[in-house]
Ligand binder design. Sequence first.
Ligand code: SF4
Ligand code: SF4
Length: 280
Amino acid sequence: MQIAVAGGKGGAGKTTVALGLVFSLPDVVLLDCDVDEPNCALFLDREPEPLTVVSKTIPRINADQCTLCGECVKLCQFNALLELPAKILVREEFCHSCGLCSRACPQEAIAEEKKRLGLVKSGRGEVEFYQGELTVGQARSSPVVKAVKEQVQAGAVNVIDAPPGCSCAVLTALTGADYCILVTNPTPFGLSDLEKFLDIVENLGIPYGVIINQSESEADARIEQFCTDRGVSVLAKIPYSEEIAQNYSRGVSIVEGQPEYRQQFRQIYSEIQTVTEGKK
Ligand code: SF4
Ligand code: SF4
């Protein structure tokens, strides 16, 4: 089973929830897909080691052979090639590595070279764990997220800590998920991001439920009303707590710091099982 833990904004509490599940259930694999800023490893007992390099192929134009015919620029569907007066400029960040330009060049002036996008690391301590790391300066995180998702283990509960936001990388992290936990905060920003995120999971056809993190009874009313109006299940509320925040800042997960939460996370998993088994 794949359970994605997602949310429209950073700092909502995705990692808190993902680690809560990981340290409450048996046979769990943790996949940290927040490749811009992976931080799950800070809570584990072992430093992850490099597993695979993620790279993409980009064109390299040999200026001595290029006649500036412009054919490759016309063919590129992603505007990754730009015709300048004296050369063809390759805009690597737009290139999708389709290889069309190099095959189409009548002068055979385009070679292909590998560009490193990131790294997948793994660790096997108390938890089997994979994490993606985007190379500094690279803009395309989806291929790195995809490489982390290739480590999903059949027969285990795979907990996916998704990147924040609603980008392509988030869609990649969610693809194939059996269930999505949406973590939100009881603030106007939290509600706005939750609204956007519901459209994504509904379009992907993934069953979902909401966890309200940093819950405060009066502030929760708008989110709860929204969930009632949209027929969304609120799986749990995690109260605003200095103790949870202090433990988090020391690399202690919610259930290690306050073991009474273990039962709550097991209950959440049990609800998810009921939903996903009913869908089969
Ligand atoms: S198709 Fe080949 S020859 Fe023509 S502009 Fe592109 S690189 Fe140069
Ligand atoms: S490999 Fe494809 S996407 Fe990249 S520059 Fe060539 S045609 Fe464009």
